[in-house]
Design a binder for this molecule. Sequence first.
Ligand SMILES: [Zn+2]
Length: 461
Amino acid sequence: MKKNLLILIVLIMVFLPGKSYGRIDQDLDFIDVKIGKTYSALERVRISSANGISIYQKNDKEDAMMELPGDTMYISLSLGSYDNLDIYDDSNTYVTTLPANGTVLFGGETDDEEYLMTVNGKKYRGYTTFIGDRNGLSVINHLDIESYLYGVVPKEIPPMSGHEALKAQAVAARSYAYSTMTKHASEGFNVCDTTHCQVYGGYESEHINTNRAVDDTNKLVAVYNGNIASTVFHSSSGGHTESSENVWGGRVPYLIGINDPYSLNSINSNWKVEMDVDLLNEKLLSGGIDIGVINSIDISDKTESGRVVQLVFNGSRGDAEISGERFRSLLGTTSIKSTLFSIEGMTTEVETTESSLLFVASSRRIQTLESERGSINIISGDGRIANNKSDTLNVIGDKGLVSYKAPETIDIARGSLVISGKGYGHGIGMSQYGAIEMAKQGYDFEEILHHYYTGVEIIKY
Ligand SMILES: [Zn+2]
């Protein structure tokens, strides 16, 4: 009875119009960030604050609807429903039920700028709200954009970098946040806290240096033609940034490839990956590309900056064309750090011996082959260059091809390739290591931003 009365009171207070998400906040000082995973219907989220927890309506943060009895609360979806939340206190006593549509905020007094809430062990500024749907329960941090940036900038750039580089990153992160406000609109919030949007670590990831960079660029954004620019960035360009149309298809006037000498001597400006052809085969297979044993790889198309657009794989069962970006994601974007790469050691990769004599052993006898002109190539019966799993061995000398029945254990030389590349990331927009180098050389944050984002203006939002 008591529970039902409380539900009724709360519903009246919130004017819940059926099941609908809280509107995406049009108050552009605030942002809704999904933090952490989606919780299952059976899980509880623990929230606590040393300064108490009050409940607000999202569109009225001045007057609290109620104050919760205690500093620690447990929130979960109501049993069998994703429209409502049940709130329990620290001693597991039921407190109230609230709508799970992101319209109800949990937070401190309005004028308490230092208020922190701990959500499952991690501290956050601002307010917390919850959205339930058929996937479960999402926890949303509702906070002003400048506070959000405190938790973003140190996750995107080393906080010990030069101050002007940190300021450039703060402006880029702010502009990018404004330009991606609708990315998760269908789910009822603005951005997530992963690399999908921008990595956000909350209060504990903040650093005094990056907070100062956010403060020193308060509300400054990059605009192009009066619109906030989508100021994408990456770790290192490797010496030349890339035009957006070459990677994402759309031409964006301020995201065009430029010569970037500042990124030449940074971490990851040069990298090298050695890879066994067998492993490459496995990776392609895992991506559904089954062309048998790889014989050769051709880089068939490159951008002006040298980034790989298209590769053609020739295998024993056919050819496959894949994009440079796909190749990167199949092999792992942390190992193939960019598409600015070349491949060596992958010719029609047949083992070549220097000797003109070749001994082939089968279970019955040893056959000696002789080549008059020096080089003898070995491939297995199924065209394979590496491991001979077939029981037939083909030997090609200068005089032609001979087939032998070979014992299965014969291990023919293994093929490998070397992928050498430059830079880290997609290469579009600002190179963060380039920005750090520019700051070292005395450029200020506006000069850094103008270098990487062609034709933008820096204005106060
Ligand atoms: Zn996202």
